[in-house]
Design a protein. Structure first.
Length: 192
């Protein structure tokens, strides 16, 4: 149940979604507390579902995590029998911003489970400049466009129809083309 009219928000699962999104953004609860002007204790209680949160506080959090307020309520309109199972095209949650040249939409019903599926759109010439290593197994399928994938000391030029898998290696990516590249990206375990 969601209540926005009272100025307070209670929604089952909001705290879990908040924690998972914060971790996806690689932000500590202390960093979020500083950015939003709230205490670590308060945010911890919200994440554990022990406290309600004001609309104003939730707006500060969504601004800090770079998602719209509606991100937390996107499935509210879905029929009850679809929640947790189906994500309609118009109801995907966006978890990235164009700032870094990468937009990610969550294709999974939520940020939980043993794996997550994202639709990633890499803007023309966008690049992850610093390689990273995650303790995950990841796979991707290039739907359209092209992607250069740098894995350890190897470089792979991938085109539409190609796929890949990573398992804990250092990697980075670059879209060398003049058109956006779309990749379906699966991550296990989730990076939240």
């Amino acid at each position: 149940m969601t209540s926005l009219l009272s100025g307070q928000v209670y929604k089952a699962g909001l705290g879990q979604d908040l924690r998972r999104l914060r971790k996806l953004r690689e932000m500590t609860i202390a960093e979020l507390a500083v950015a939003t002007g709230r205490s670590v204790g308060f945010l911890s209680q919200v994440e554990r579902g022990l406290s309600e949160i004001s609309v104003r506080d939730l707006q500060r959090i969504t601004e800090t995590l770079n998602v719209p307020l509606s991100w937390f309520f996107v499935n509210e309109e879905a029929p009850e029998e679809e929640r947790g199972y189906v994500v309609r095209a118009g109801a995907r949650r966006q978890v990235g911003s164009r700032d870094g040249g990468l937009i990610e939409e969550l294709l999974s019903p939520d940020l939980g489970g043993r794996f997550e599926v994202f639709r990633s759109v890499f803007e023309p010439r966008a690049e992850m400049e610093t390689a990273q290593r995650r303790d995950t197994e990841e796979a991707g399928y290039i739907v359209e466009g092209e992607l250069e994938l740098y894995v350890d000391e190897r470089t792979f030029h991938l085109s539409a129809g190609d796929s890949f898998r990573l398992s804990g290696e250092m990697y980075r990516w670059r879209n060398p083309g003049d058109k956006s590249t779309v990749v379906i990206w699966v991550i296990s375990p989730p990076v939240y």
